[in-house]
Design a protein around this ligand. Structure first.
Ligand code: AMP
Length: 290
């Protein structure tokens, strides 16, 4: 891997100058927002951004507004030195590490909300989560001024909500989804996988397996509600402690599919969220269409 020089920017004002120079030279800026504790999933998005732009900027910011009290904001993994090394070897050109004051200046009041899709699926279990995500991503878009921004399909609901926000607010930014990177047993890579003990890690691969099995059963003609109930039972048998949801949805609106197949849209998705101990895992796969 080539080691390109990685510019590390720790303030909004420093970022403004760096990005202004890039835009001035006519280069297209690609952007990958992250919360750090980087793994191959994040790095695959850097690679994808490079194919769509001339200059790749990432950000690392553990966004306090998307954590509810009692969630893992304080304990969320942080490993800046390792992250900077990974970004440099992935060929990232710039990383923005804003302060909380940069993102939320004292007295800041403005939220960006996409009600509707933000209130479904994960939004039922984490009611403020997507409001925090869209608020910080809108602010990051304004700071970084990218031409293209890349988000993982791993967080499919988030990707669709950001597409909607980008359309609604008229950001002239192309939103690109990158495929989910998985461990050999199918577990979607995630910074939170670090929380799993060895025993829990052995169970975790069952989440993707449950979705794949459900998709195959639905494809073979099993009734939707039956296949989804089987997937929930499969997870509990595999050792998951609690299943928040296994849902089959319209990939655009994120609304539950009706039982009757002829009423389905072309592109549908299967999503799931479940707990092993204190760790909540999410995953999703296509059901029909892309
Ligand atoms: P996070 O740091 O968890 O906020 O994630 C930052 C970006 O990386 C988001 O767009 C995620 O969807 C994406 N991402 C996280 N895990 C993966 C993965 N396993 N494969 C692809 N993208 C991912």
């Amino acid at each position: 891997m080539p080691n390109t020089p990685l510019t590390v920017v720790r303030s909004k004002s420093g970022l403004r100058d760096a990005i202004a120079n890039i835009h001035y030279s006519g280069q297209r800026v690609g952007f990958v927002p992250t919360m750090g504790a980087l793994h191959n999933g994040h790095l695959s998005l850097i690679d994808l951004a490079r194919t769509k732009s001339d200059f790749v900027a990432a950000s690392i910011f553990v966004n306090p507004t998307q954590f509810a009290p009692g969630e893992d904001f304080e304990t969320y993994p942080r490993d800046e030195d390792a992250d900077l090394e990974k970004l440099a070897s992935a060929g990232c050109n710039l990383v923005y590490l804003p302060t909380v004051e940069d993102m939320y200046p004292t007295g800041s009041l403005t939220d960006v909300r996409v009600p509707g899709p933000s209130d479904l699926l994960d939004g039922v279990y984490r009611p403020h989560f997507f409001y925090g995500v869209t608020t910080v991503v809108a602010r990051l878009f304004i700071h970084v001024r990218p031409d293209v921004a890349v988000f993982g399909e791993k967080d499919f609901q988030q990707l669709q909500i950001i597409r909607q926000m980008t359309r609604d607010l008229g950001f002239e930014i192309e939103i690109v989804g990158g495929p989910t990177q998985r461990d050999p047993d199918g577990l979607a890579q995630s910074s939170r996988n670090r929380y799993l003990s060895d025993d829990q890690r052995r169970i975790a691969g069952a989440l993707q397996a449950a979705l794949v099995r459900a998709a195959a059963r639905i494809e073979a003609g099993t009734a939707l509600s039956t296949a989804l109930a089987e997937a929930r039972a499969f997870l509990r048998t595999a050792g998951f402690d609690k299943v928040d949801y296994i849902s089959a949805v319209d990939a655009t609106t994120l609304r539950d599919l009706p039982e009757t197949r002829s009423e389905w849209p072309d592109i549908t998705r299967l999503l799931g969220a479940a707990w092993i101990g204190k760790t909540r895992l999410i995953d999703n796969i296509p059901l029909t269409g892309a």
